[in-house]
Design a protein around this ligand. Structure first.
Ligand code: ZN
Length: 252
């Protein structure tokens, strides 16, 4: 048998782009990430905003997440009809710049889950102030691959922290049925196609529970709102009364 090697007691062929090679790549990356994460948590936290030692996000940087807190609900966001159908309301806490951007990047790509708490609390405060209607928070799910790599689903952590502030319970009825390309790599038209059909409601938590519920979707960043709208359509098809959405940040 030419061109192969033993892995875990089994002979693995060395065909290019073989799944086993992906698996090995994945294992190597996973171990590296775990080690990096363990190291991160062993060291004193550096603020994601300013780099100061002490907390994942220091008290001087935290207010950046509440940049819009005192703005009234329903602030015009530039264009008429800027709320993507079928969403009833769209809210966010801050623009996706500066401290907020750095904090969300670290939460999403550097494995620092501690940043979900300040981000989620900002979501809870903004919703308590600006939210109109809403019975339950529903995080937009990350793909299972990404949750496995990262060790957590950041939108779910954000929703749980928000729940402690705004008092709405968290449900997780949505699943991502396929991995999508990161939305920021795509233009507006491609974004809608990228997420169409990418979400479904879990069989075990379907219709009966969602029927008549006013859902508030929670996510880290919104760009065009295509992802939120795709989730909204699935939830309405399952009988939800209405779907609103709030994110930590909005990219423009
Ligand atoms: Zn700071």
């Amino acid at each position: 048998m030419a061109g192969g090697w033993p892995v875990g007691g089994r002979w693995v062929s060395a065909a290019p782009h073989d799944r086993s090679m992906d698996l090995l790549d994945g294992l190597g990356r996973g171990v590296g990430e775990l080690a990096a994460r363990a190291l991160d948590l062993a060291l004193p936290a550096l603020c994601a905003g300013c780099g100061r030692e002490g907390e994942a996000l220091c008290r001087e940087c935290r207010p950046a997440l509440d940049a819009r807190l005192r703005q009234p609900a329903g602030v015009p966001v530039g264009l008429p009809g800027d709320i993507p159908s079928p969403l009833a309301q769209l809210e966010w806490c801050s623009s996706f710049t500066g401290v907020t951007r750095r904090a969300l990047h670290r939460l999403k790509y550097a494995g620092d889950r501690r940043l979900a708490a300040p981000a989620g609390r900002a979501v809870g405060r903004r919703w308590r102030r600006a939210g109109v209607g809403g019975d339950v928070l529903v995080p937009v799910p990350a793909s299972p691959d990404r949750v496995r790599d990262r060790g957590y689903d950041q939108a779910e952590l954000i929703a749980r922290a928000a729940s402690g502030i705004c008092g709405l319970p968290v449900w997780t009825p949505l699943v991502r049925t396929r991995t999508t390309i990161a939305q920021f790599d795509l233009d507006r038209r491609e974004r809608a196609g990228n997420v169409a059909g990418a979400f479904a409601v879990r069989a075990a938590s379907g219709g009966a529970r969602l029927a008549g519920a006013w859902i508030v979707l929670v996510d880290d960043v919104m760009t065009t709102g295509a992802t939120l709208a795709a989730c909204g359509r699935v939830l309405l098809e399952e009988g939800a009364l209405a779907v609103s959405a709030i994110t930590v940040a909005r990219e423009r």
